[in-house]
Design a protein around this ligand. Structure first.
Ligand code: FMN
Length: 181
């Protein structure tokens, strides 16, 4: 099974980047996770959507070829970061590569709520007609105080969170397989 991951933070030491890298390594015997470089995507411009930059074409083709998508994101000002919205806006147009794509959402933030508000908005966005992604029902992964759960080498070290991620990833993979039946 091939999953593509996008991360809503582009800063060097991002905890959400570290979470995505941890998941890629931690689940490598169960699923192949490729992290896509959405930080290289320019600002969406409808004038260019029929002839998009190569990076957009490349990322879209990888999404289209994947079995599912993982979105790992912080919350910015009670919403999703602009870099993530920008990428989804590109993906929502022309060939609409997220259509019916199974999506699992994971969010890490410094606060106690662990991206609750951002994820509620993200689910709304993923339900827009141009996107029409399928979000894993009944499972939400909110990682609050994320800075206390990742060590200096970037590994997630908080056992309850690791166990919860194991459970939700297992459900995500089962759900993808059942959807494709
Ligand atoms: C512009 C900005 C807005 C933020 N807004 C929120 C917020 O609304 N809720 C929250 O829990 N944390 C907020 N934070 C704190 C982030 O949770 C924290 O910086 C987190 O580490 C960002 O994720 P990253 O480490 O993956 O870059 C904000 C941070 C920034 C830079």
């Amino acid at each position: 099974m091939k999953i593509v991951a996008i991360v809503g933070s582009i800063r060097e030491d991002s905890y959400n980047k570290k979470l995505a890298s941890f998941m890629k390594e931690h689940f490598k015997n169960r699923v192949e996770i490729a992290i896509l470089p959405i930080e290289e995507i320019p600002m969406y411009n409808q004038d260019n959507e029929l002839m998009p930059p190569d990076i957009v074409k490349d990322i879209k083709s990888k999404i289209a070829a994947s079995d599912g998508m993982l979105i790992v994101t912080p919350e910015y000002n009670h919403s999703i970061p602009g870099v993530l919205k920008n990428a989804i806006d590109w993906f929502s147009r022309v060939d609409k590569v997220m259509h019916n794509k199974p999506v699992m959402i994971v969010g890490g933030s410094g606060g106690a709520l662990g991206t609750v508000r951002a994820q509620m908005q993200l689910r709304q966005i993923l339900n827009a007609p141009g996107v029409s992604a399928l979000t894993l029902p009944g499972n939400e992964v909110f990682i609050g105080s994320v800075h206390e759960k990742i060590d200096e080498s970037g590994d997630l070290i908080h056992e309850p969170t690791i166990e919860f991620l194991d459970t939700v990833m297992e459900k995500f993979m089962d759900w993808i397989q059942n959807n494709n039946k």
